[in-house]
Design a protein around this ligand. Structure first.
Ligand SMILES: NC(=O)c1ccc[n+]([C@@H]2O[C@H](COP(=O)([O-])OP(=O)(O)OC[C@H]3O[C@@H](n4cnc5c(N)ncnc54)[C@H](OP(=O)(O)O)[C@@H]3O)[C@@H](O)[C@H]2O)c1
Length: 317
């Protein structure tokens, strides 16, 4: 038996693995996309969602809109529902609203966006704009983008949640430099969701933050799952390692995403893509392989992971 396979079977047999192990008969059919529980409510969310940074920031009548419509339809047909946007992403909120209306899919979506400004009144105005642009009366998740003026917005978010204008409130960041702040905030248990970066290229969240999020009962959305696309050039021209077949991975995109959502603290990863052909690999997710692919438990050779290590110096998004 191959060493990787042996490790996997040992893992799958462990008590903790079995607790999270869905039916082995589960098929990778799109409609069976794995779901994870939002700790504060018990609601279940599909583990793959759609990021909108850059990819949905297109002009009205842009030629890309036809494909973006198909991307959204494919995501929903695949069982996904979370769409994450922000007023920081140019026209992305408006395009999200337009696509939801054009496809009639609003009710199938879990709409997440952010407040990204300073001051109570400015925050309220911006969130009212988000409702209008996203063409909805209720936002599922409103997050404070990069913690900007958090104390002010938290009061408003609580009021809006009470009024039913938002369903969940949360905080986001994109860089490990903010993890200490995120950890402190999570310990207050004030937030339904936290969103931060995590990928094979940016693994710092494994040290503490993911565990702190789990302990605090906070749902976790992972941004930059492909390190804003930087993972793909690193593997350009390289075949998937033969042992990836043990995890039922047949694309690098799957490999990168399974690595992330194999972590039990992760509720949903939100890759950004505007290409239909890139959406299909995202849904070939079998629960057993999710558990097995987890390299934190040394199932993946460390030399391979080392290949992806890099300085985390991206621009704010
Ligand atoms: N502070 C924050 O709150 C914050 C910060 C960063 C991100 N976010 C959220 O997280 C989402 C995801 O992060 P991200 O968009 O920055 O980075 P990402 O999801 O890590 O990477 C997106 C890039 O990967 C490329 N890509 C996707 N699938 C691919 C595939 N199968 N093969 C090759 N390339 C592929 C996309 O290319 P194409 O453009 O060609 O499709 C896009 O350029 C954002 O869209 C946003 O919603 C939030």
């Amino acid at each position: 038996m191959q060493p990787v396979r042996r490790t996997l079977l040992k893992l799958a047999g462990s008590a903790s693995a079995l607790m999270t192990l869905p039916s082995l008969s589960a098929q990778p059919a799109a409609s069976q996309l794995l779901k994870r529980v939002i700790p504060k409510s018990g609601e279940r969310l599909p583990v793959i969602g759609l990021g909108t940074y850059i990819v949905l920031d297109v002009a009205p009548n842009a030629p890309e809109l036809a494909e973006l419509k198909e991307v959204l339809t494919t995501f929903v047909a695949g069982g996904a529902s979370v769409v994450d946007s922000s007023p920081m992403y140019g026209r992305a909120e408006a395009v999200t609203g337009d696509l939801a209306a054009a496809t009639g899919l609003r009710d199938s979506l879990f709409l997440a966006t952010k407040v990204w400004t300073s001051g109570r009144e400015a925050g309220i105005r911006q969130m009212q704009d988000s409702l209008r642009l996203m063409r909805t009366r209720r936002i599922d998740l409103m997050q404070v983008h990069n913690l900007l003026d958090l104390a002010t917005h938290l009061k408003t978010l609580r009021e809006w949640k009470e009024a039913g204008t938002i369903r969940y409130l949360g905080i986001t960041h994109y860089h490990s430099g903010a993890y200490r702040d995120l950890e402190k905030l999570l310990k207050t248990r004030d937030y339904d969701f936290v969103q931060f970066n995590y990928s094979m290229a940016e693994r710092e969240a494994e040290q503490r933050l993911l565990a702190v999020a789990a302990e605090s009962g906070t749902a976790v959305i992972i941004n930059r799952p492909f390190a804003q696309g930087e993972l793909f050039p690193k593997v350009k021209g390289r075949e998937l390692p033969a042992w990836a077949a043990d995890f039922d991975c047949d694309s690098w995109a799957q490999f990168f995403l399974k690595y992330i959502i194999a972590h039990p603290a992760v509720t949903c990863a939100i890759p950004g893509t505007g290409k239909v052909r890139q959406t299909f690999p995202l849904f070939m997710v079998k629960p057993l392989e999710l558990i097995c692919v987890h390299p934190r438990v040394s199932a993946v050779p460390s030399c391979f992971l080392g290949h992806f290590q890099k300085t985390n110096t991206c621009a704010a998004t």
